[in-house]
Design a protein around this ligand. Structure first.
Ligand SMILES: C[S@@+](CC[C@H](N)C(=O)[O-])C[C@H]1O[C@@H](n2cnc3c(N)ncnc32)[C@H](O)[C@@H]1O
Length: 207
């Protein structure tokens, strides 16, 4: 079954509509069956990098899902966090955790319903990956971030290469101060599944 929750099926998605369908089924079990069981750790890494680089203030978590990244951020700093995602069901699980100031639906492949220069920071873990969101959405993240704000997102390493994130980053670099890249493991040492050695790039943009 194509929309049976699994990493393989998630990587195989072809459109935002496919994402809505898969995550509507996955929302209830995502934390236990994906984050815990697969020893997913991207949300820890993005939270660490964002804080290390001075992240503060009003922050938008894009592709927020069930709120795993926000749970880590509030342990590290006093932030006001908004959430956006294409999946109503994922955001409903996140809402139960009482970590977000506000949450709203959006499709990151289109315009985010937020005015220019609104957020002090933008974060994302696990959403820039196969079958999900590509490089063109990075421009929207810059648009909604204030000058001198900070963006910290993870991008699956193979997705980065396959969709040529370098070219879009080069274009964006003309309108931001600077950016840095850092390669990390997506899953913890205890993981034993087929994707245990997968890597992601943590992209930090100083707007
Ligand atoms: C692998 S989950 C990551 C969730 C969370 N950030 C984490 O680290 O656990 C990917 C999330 O991206 C969302 N997503 C996929 N395509 C999207 C799109 N076009 N616009 C907004 N969100 C999208 C999915 O609904 C899902 O919640």
């Amino acid at each position: 079954m194509k929309n049976k929750p699994s990493l393989e099926n998630a990587y195989d998605l072809k459109s935002p509509e496919d994402n809505i369908q898969l995550y509507s089924v996955w929302a209830d079990t995502y934390d236990a069956d994906f984050i815990e069981k697969m020893h997913y750790r991207l949300h820890f890494c993005v939270a660490d990098e964002f804080i290390l680089n001075g992240g503060r203030g009003l922050v938008l978590d894009v592709g927020a899902g069930t709120g795993a990244l926000a749970e880590q951020l509030i342990k590290r700093a006093d932030l006001i966090l908004d959430a956006t995602d294409i999946s109503k069901e994922m955001l409903e699980i996140a809402k139960l955790k009482n970590i977000y100031n506000r949450s709203f639906l959006s499709d990151l492949t289109k315009e985010i319903p937020v005015t220019d220069d609104y957020y002090d920071g933008v974060v994302s873990s696990g959403t820039f990956t196969h079958g999900h969101v590509g490089p063109s959405s990075m421009r929207e993240l810059v648009r909604v971030t204030k000058p001198a704000g900070l963006i910290t997102i993870s991008v699956n390493e193979k997705h980065w290469t396959a969709l040529d994130f370098n070219t879009e980053l080069e274009n964006i670099s003309k309108s931001v101060k600077n950016y840095t890249l850092k390669k990390i493991d997506i899953y913890g040492e205890q993981s034993v599944h087929d994707h245990k050695d997968d890597k992601a790039i943590i992209l930090t943009i100083n707007v």
